[in-house]
Design a protein around this ligand. Sequence first.
Ligand SMILES: [Zn+2]
Length: 250
Amino acid sequence: MKKIKFRFYSRLNLFLDKSSHKKELIHSFFGRQSIKDRIETIGIPHTEVHLILENGTPVDFKHQARAGTLYSVYPFFHNLDLTEDMQLRVPYKGKPKFILDTHLGKLARYLRFYNFDTVYQNKYKDKKIVDTAVEDNRIILTRDHGLLKRKRVVYGFFIHHDDPIYQLASVIDRYNLFSYDLKTNSRCPLCNKSLQKVPKQKIVDRLEPLTKKHYHDFQICVNCDKIYWKGSHYQKNQKLLEKVKCLKIY
Ligand SMILES: [Zn+2]
């Protein structure tokens, strides 16, 4: 039997038992094993890991675990600028696009509302989620460890929180989403398709009397035909962003 030591940093500890938090852990195994397999055996999906140091030197996921060695394992940090030889994967390029597992319907609606291309259906099976993520360069957001441990998955993020507002805050933090325009509502929260401006006179028959009286600018979903305007729901979601900035998420 071989033994190695691990030290997991910051939020990676959330995947471990409380008794193991922020400590050097002894890990035993037989034969030749990649460091990626060892980390995932402990319970941390590879998508959560952004840097592995072997006695202080960066190694990649395929690296064979060497007996008697200390491995320091780090999650993503905004202020940690990694050179190419330290990176475990090619950094995600462009504005983040997401695909969410079946438990995250409310989070999907928030992300769409704030203008992020977000695929979600409550009937999607794991394989469909992985296939779509790979083919369409989407980041998987999930509450399922197993989904993120799949080999083909490159970009993903485990959602620790039950509360959709905290879920939103953790995704905003992880992907720095405040650097994008969150105010222009151009995506349908129900179906993810684009919204288009529509003249009031065209849809006036479909409006409630108070909406008809107080609002003049409308958008319509090109796919599901739902009508949107900047009413109380819009204001509430904009205020929510202020709240999100103040939440302590880890
Ligand atoms: Zn729609």
